[in-house]
Design a protein around this ligand. Structure first.
Ligand code: CP
Ligand code: NVA
Length: 331
């Protein structure tokens, strides 16, 4: 596998073999880190991290992974740069491309990260856009592979708003890697028809199946992975909360759904998650809409079949693999 100088913008740009290669590299780098084996082959390189939306996991993963690989990091926060306000994306890309060996970007439209990559002349990594969150899917799939021993044939069910970055990327990832993907949501929250068509064509090659189900109990039956995400994403107006809760409350992952799925099933979530009233927003939602106004119950989130923290840890190992491979280090 040679991914040197490639950007990582969306899973659609990568073949199943390349994605598998990135998972293998991540597993190797993870084993090296756990064994205390140095893997700082990218010493002397510099990367920029641009965040136009907030982050805990993605930012920390890029920073820790870069440090492990021997690189230096510059962080540009949502207010601390000229990007898109006083300076165009194309100009920013050409400036940063002269200084840095790689650039991470988290922000709004996918077109922005694509434009950045077009002008930067160095690898650009998508740290989340409205449309896609590709590094998250690598972490999710490494976690599934560690837990079940394989990806092909896994029955993967996504509950909730399936039209946004997580639903889109998981559907593409499942199609590419041969997992059976079901989006369980009311019709208006199901993914874009053109993307579905594209995924079905990929699935025909890999043996995956793409389906939709409005009934949560039917979707949970036979599921190996029950996955959800917040109902209102970063950048969406607070006014949509009430409508989302009204539309998606029946799609909350609770113990009853886990029991329908059976003892082999696991719970996954990209995080951050609303599962109790301990956060400011969680408290406010609880007060305004009641206990069930969240995408997962605390019982499931804290339960024995929740693998969300393995998943969060794997963000770092997989992001490390993406940076390493695209900057020319293959373990
Ligand atoms: N899952 C994820 O991307 O988390 P952050 O928003 O904390 O980076
Ligand atoms: N859909 C969520 C994912 C966060 C990792 C968001 O965009 O806010």
């Amino acid at each position: 596998m040679n991914l040197t100088n490639r950007s990582f913008l969306k899973l659609l740009d990568y073949t199943p073999e390349e994605l598998e290669g990135l998972l293998d590299l991540a597993a190797d780098l993870k084993a090296k880190k756990k064994a205390g084996i140095r893997h700082d082959a990218l010493r002397g390189k510099n990367i920029a991290l641009i965040f136009e939306k907030t982050s805990t996991r993605t930012r920390c993963s890029f920073e820790v992974a870069a440090h492990d690989l021997g690189m230096e990091v510059t962080y540009l926060d949502p207010s601390g740069s000229q990007i898109g306000k006083k300076e165009s994306i194309a100009d920013t890309a050409r400036v940063l491309g002269r200084m840095f060996d790689g650039i991470e970007y988290r922000g709004y439209g996918q077109s922005i990260v694509e434009e950045l990559a077009c002008y930067a002349g160095v690898p650009v990594w998508n740290g989340l856009t409205n449309e896609f969150h590709p590094t998250q899917i690598l972490a999710d799939f490494l976690t599934i592979r560690e837990h079940f021993g394989h990806l092909k044939g896994i029955n993967f069910v996504y509950f909730g708003d399936a039209r946004y970055n997580m639903g889109n990327s998981l559907m593409v990832g499942c199609a590419k890697m041969g997992l059976n993907f079901t989006a369980c949501a009311p019709k208006k929250y199901q993914p874009d028809a053109a993307l579905v068509e594209q995924c079905r064509a990929i699935a025909a090659e890999t043996g995956a199946a793409i389906s939709f189900e409005e009934d949560p109990a039917k979707a949970a039956k036979g599921a190996d992975v029950l996955y959800t995400d917040v109902w209102v994403s970063m950048g969406e107006p607070v006014e949509v909360w009430a409508e989302r809760i009204n539309d998606l409350a029946a799609y909350q992952i609770n113990q009853q759904l886990m029991d329908i799925a059976g003892p082999r099933a696991v719970f996954m979530h990209c995080l951050p998650a609303y599962h109790d009233h301990k956060t400011t927003v969680g408290r406010e939602m609880g007060e305004r809409f009641g206990r069930d106004a969240m995408e997962v119950t605390d019982e499931v989130f804290e339960g024995p079949r929740s693998i969300v923290f393995d998943e969060a840890e794997n963000r770092m190992h997989t992001i490390k693999a993406v940076m390493a491979a695209t900057l020319g280090y293959n373990g």
